[in-house]
Design a protein around this ligand. Sequence first.
Ligand code: ZN
Length: 115
Amino acid sequence: MNDVMERRGPAIEPREIMQEGEAGLRITWADGHVCHYDAPALRRSCPCAQCVNEWTGQRMLKPEAIPDEIAIADLALVGRYALNFIWSDRHETGIYSFRYLRELCEQDEAVTRES
Ligand SMILES: [Zn+2]
């Protein structure tokens, strides 16, 4: 069974969440996979209702609206399923489920593999 495709269990359970400086984040998942995130890309992927149209799924946030210097001011666990980031631009409404974070990471890896 491929638990990456399964989207349940250890692939979306973080074992360790570490900030790397002000603009980096590392998540080690329970299946042993390690993902690295950088703050500008994460901020541009914000899934909140201000950044994404809830009805159409269209991204309202323009990538160029986010400066490359953006940093993670703070982050907090939301229950057992998500992370809430507070960004240096004071945006703090994004709830990033672990499922979503894992998907972002895998999309990134797929791009890296293809290039
Ligand atoms: Zn947002």
